[in-house]
Write a protein that binds this ligand. Structure first.
Ligand code: ZN
Length: 135
């Protein structure tokens, strides 16, 4: 079962990084034709999601609205590290996604892309991609 760990550097406090291309390349290299691709982010203040990659304003709007829904400062937060908002956003979005592999490629829609969501950056993040299927 092929697994690869990618390193992704984020460049701002909130940052959505399109990680579709290296995952697609990994799927191609694996020789797997039909199966599933599991994308997992082992971090408590980051997440992974699939959404529109064509218009960068879409992820900008997602970041904007998440930040207005989950305020950075809230007197009722108790977590001493001071980054509760990042943990909450990570929990809301989720730290894994499953994408079908069809004909040796990710079966993403035309406008879809896979994003690493950074909520407490900039940092170096890991993305673990596991493929399950047959050639
Ligand atoms: Zn924390």
């Amino acid at each position: 079962m092929p697994t690869k760990v990618f390193r992704v550097s984020t460049s701002s406090h909130t940052d959505f990084v399109n990680i579709t291309a290296p995952i697609r390349e990994f799927v191609r290299e694996s020789g797997i034709r039909e199966g599933i691709c599991v994308v997992y982010v082992p971090h408590t203040t980051a997440a992974v999601f699939v959404n529109e990659g064509a218009d960068p304003d879409v992820v900008r709007d997602i970041a904007y609205k998440l930040s207005s829904l989950v305020e950075w400062d809230d007197p009722n937060y108790r977590h001493a590290e001071g980054n509760s908002a990042a943990h909450i956003k990570s929990a809301l979005i989720g730290n894994s996604r499953v994408i079908p592999v069809v004909n040796g490629d990710l079966a993403l829609g035309t406008w879809e892309a896979v994003f690493l969501a950074e909520f407490d950056g900039p940092r170096s993040r890991k993305v673990i991609v596991t493929l399950l299927g047959e050639g």
